[in-house]
Ligand binder design. Structure first.
Ligand SMILES: C[S@@+](CC[C@H](N)C(=O)[O-])C[C@H]1O[C@@H](n2cnc3c(N)ncnc32)[C@H](O)[C@@H]1O
Length: 214
C-alpha cells in the first residue's frame, strides 16, 4: 500500500534540501548492490533525522539497525563536539561499505559500529543517550524500548521507524503480517506508558517520536 501519495512525496522532495553527493552515492550503491534497498531511510527521512539531530545537538546517540549506514550518517551530522553515535547491526556483510562511507563523510571518529544482536550489545554499552533510533527487527522493538529506557537521559528521545509497516497496520487484523502486528503492539505499549509523550509522524513508513518524561 502506498501510504503517502506520489504527488505529495514529489512536492516534499522538491522543497527539501537536496541529498548531498555522498548520500546520493550511498543510496545508489545500496540500490545497485544490496538486498532489500527499500530499508534505507532515503532523502526525506534522512533530512528529518539530520535536522532532529541538529536541533538536539546530542552527545550520545544509539542506533539499532545500521544497514548501509545512511541514517547513521544523517544522525551523526548534528552531534556536538566530542559526541559519538553507536550503531548496531547483526549483519557483518555490510560493515566494510558502512565504514567506507563513514570515513568519506569525515565521521569515522564520531561513529562506532558494533556487529552483533542489538539485544546483546545494548547491555554492554555503558552510556547515557540523548537520542535512540530503533530501526532493527520489528519483533524486537518492545524489548529494545525496555532495554534502552534506563540508558536515556530524562527528556531524551526515541525515534522508532516503520510503525505503519507499509500500511499493513491499517488493514484488517486477519490480513496483517507478524511485523505489522508487532508494530501495533509496540505503539500500544508506548501509548500506555505514562513515562512518555509521543507523536506518530506520518513520514515515509511512519516514525514514532517518543520523549522520556518520567
Ligand atoms: C531497516 S534496516 C536499517 C536501515 C537504516 N537504519 C537506514 O535507515 O538506512 C534494518 C537493519 O536491522 C538489522 N537487524 C535485524 N535484526 C537485528 C538484530 N537482532 N540486531 C541488530 N540488527 C538487526 C538488519 O540487518 C538491517 O540492516
Amino acid at each position: 500500500m502506498d501510504i503517502i501519495p506520489a504527488a505529495v512525496e514529489a512536492f516534499a522532495e522538491k522543497y527539501t534540501t537536496p541529498e548531498t553527493g555522498l548520500l546520493k552515492r550511498l543510496n545508489r550503491e545500496t540500490y545497485l548492490k544490496v538486498d532489500q534497498p527499500h530499508m534505507l531511510s532515503g532523502h526525506l527521512q534522512g533530512q528529518f533525522l539530520s535536522l532532529v539531530s541538529h536541533m538536539l545537538q546530542p552527545a550520545r546517540i544509539l542506533e539499532l539497525g545500521t544497514y548501509t549506514g545512511y541514517s547513521a550518517i544523517c544522525l551523526a551530522q548534528g552531534l556536538k563536539d566530542g559526541g559519538m553515535l553507536h550503531t548496531i547491526d547483526v549483519n557483518e556483510e555490510r560493515e566494510d561499505m558502512c565504514l567506507r562511507y563513514f570515513e568519506e563523510a569525515g565521521l569515522s571518529g564520531k561513529i562506532t559500529m558494533h556487529i552483533g544482536k542489538a539485544a546483546e550489545i545494548i547491555d554492554r554499552l555503558d552510556e547515557t543517550f540523548d537520542l535512540v533510533f530503533i530501526d532493527a527487527d520489528k519483533a524486537g522493538y518492545e524489548r529494545y524500548y525496555d532495554q534502552v529506557w534506563d540508558k536515556i537521559r530524562p527528556g531524551g528521545f526515541i525515534l522508532a521507524d516503520n510503525v505503519l509497516f507499509h500500511g499493513e497496520t491499517l488493514v484488517e487484523p486477519s490480513k496483517q503480517s507478524n511485523n505489522a502486528r508487532a508494530m501495533i503492539s509496540f505503539c500500544e505499549k508506548v501509548a500506555a506508558d505514562g513515562r512518555a509523550e509521543q507523536l506518530l509522524l506520518t513520514l515515509r513508513d511512519g516514525l514514532l517520536i517518543i520523549r522520556k518524561i518520567g
